[in-house]
Design a protein around this ligand. Structure first.
Ligand code: DC
Length: 228
């Protein structure tokens, strides 16, 4: 049975398992997947390339007027386009990761990204993942999840991801970076990372990817069936 065309929000801190779960759950449901973190990363890449300090609100506001971020599905993979150029790999660099929480604090950046995310989700049939989807972007989302995990599992996951790219990450350094990003993301003034009151919390510390995906997909299907 087709699971209708719901809006599914998945929020949570860095490396909590959101991206993989959201991508695979969207595939199973036949939904679009939107990694909103990738959009903030693309803006950050442009800021760094332009030599603008990540905390320069005014210069970033100006730059945004000539910035276009888009996600395009190609051969089963989502490509991230910045002003028409593919930046899927570059946005995962350490430099971008270090600056993205600063750039995404600016109100102008958030407004531009949220506008685009709402446009993408207007027809439903979509899984959006990020920090503020269930609280700000789609406060009326049909299903909301909030994924959390212990700091060590999160650092191990990030290390594993980096190893597949040939890096040799240091676990303590990664834990420090994740903690810093959590702190910046949860204490900022504009739409901080926060669990929506009606979100279902999933602690992924001891869950396999399959279990995480099943939890999301089963819940979405149940809600869609209840409405059919
Ligand atoms: O999910 P990620 O680690 O790729 O996200 C990168 C950063 O983007 C994250 O540290 C904060 C920001 N972000 C945000 O502010 N709001 C979102 N909805 C998604 C990401």
């Amino acid at each position: 049975m087709s699971p209708g065309k719901l809006v599914v929000a998945i929020d949570g801190p860095a490396a909590s398992g959101k991206s993989t779960t959201a991508r695979l759950a969207a595939e199973k449901l036949g939904y679009i997947h939107v990694d909103t973190g990738a959009m903030y990363r693309a803006v950050t890449l442009k800021v760094l390339r332009a030599g603008i300090p990540p905390d320069d609100r005014k210069a970033i506001g100006g730059l945004l007027r000539e910035t276009h971020v888009a996600l395009r599905r190609e051969g089963g993979v989502t490509r991230v386009l910045l002003d028409g150029h593919d930046v899927t790999e570059e946005i995962r660099s350490r430099e971008v990761t270090r600056s993205v929480s600063i750039v995404s604090r600016h109100r102008a950046v958030r407004e531009a990204m949220v506008r685009e995310q709402r446009r993408m989700g207007a027809e439903g049939g979509i899984v959006l993942e990020g920090r503020d989807i269930g609280t700000v972007v789609f406060p009326d989302a049909d299903v909301k999840f909030f994924m959390i995990a212990g700091i060590e599992s999160r650092a191990r996951r990030r290390a594993q991801e980096l190893r597949t790219k040939g890096a040799e990450p240091d676990l303590d350094g990664l834990m420090k970076e994740i903690r810093e990003r959590d702190s910046l993301d949860s204490t900022r003034k504009e739409s901080p990372l926060r669990k929506a009151d009606d979100a279902i919390e999933i602690d992924t510390s001891d869950m396999t990817i399959e279990e995480q995906v099943r939890t999301v997909v089963d819940r979405v299907r149940r809600i869609a069936e209840g409405r059919a």
